[in-house]
Design a protein around this ligand. Structure first.
Ligand code: CO
Length: 195
């Protein structure tokens, strides 16, 4: 089914713009790096109404910026140093399963526990504020916002961003949260060169 749909999609694109693929095949010059959650309901291009070529994308569980994650760091370096993106967006989403899982004492075994531990650090940093929220959904949603903010900090702390801020005064860093229930993105945090 996926392959059949691909054929249909490609021919639809050419129907509207015969040079579409020919033009895109030469280069990509995206202005944005998107670091989002792997959740199937949060596709970067679709929710921002953008086209192939506009956003360079990295996704993982709960949109984490872990500075020992070689995959993340390679994507970041390529986007900042070579593509010279102007903006980096860390986009979380309300109702995130990864965030919910980290805020429990459930044992998810080996690899998942290891990944969720990074979110547990965010919980520890903000324990006082979070423990004051009695409603479970409200607590998760606030944690989603705080996590996005912490991941923006993590980006700002990297050598890649520090050097680029010093040299080129870019990129701006944005923390956003997407709402699964209304399809709207809420900006929650922002950092620019020199902050
Ligand atoms: Co998620």
């Amino acid at each position: 089914k996926l392959l059949q749909e691909n054929k249909k999609w490609a021919s639809d694109k050419i129907g509207v713009d015969p040079d579409y693929f020919e033009r895109l095949s030469h280069l990509q010059t995206p202005e944005f790096l998107w670091i989002g959650c792997s959740d199937s309901r949060v596709p970067a291009n679709e929710i921002t109404n953008t086209q192939p070529g506009e956003i360079f994308v990295h996704r993982n569980i709960a949109n984490m910026v872990v500075n020992t994650d070689v995959n993340l760091v390679a994507v970041l370096d390529y986007a900042v140093t070579h593509l010279k993106v102007k903006h980096i967006i860390v986009c979380g989403h309300y109702g995130c399963g990864g965030i919910k899982a980290a805020d429990t004492k459930i044992d998810y075994r080996h690899v998942l526990n290891m990944w969720l531990r990074n979110i547990k650090d965010v919980i520890r940093h903000h324990r006082q504020e979070l423990d004051a929220i009695t409603d479970t959904e409200a607590r998760t949603n606030r944690l989603v916002e705080l996590n996005v903010q912490e991941q923006v900090y993590n980006l700002a702390k990297t050598t890649i961003i520090q050097r680029s801020w010093k040299r080129d005064k870019r990129p701006d860093l944005h923390g956003w949260v997407y709402g699964l229930k209304d399809g709207l993105i809420k900006p929650v945090y922002e950092m620019k060169a020199g902050t």
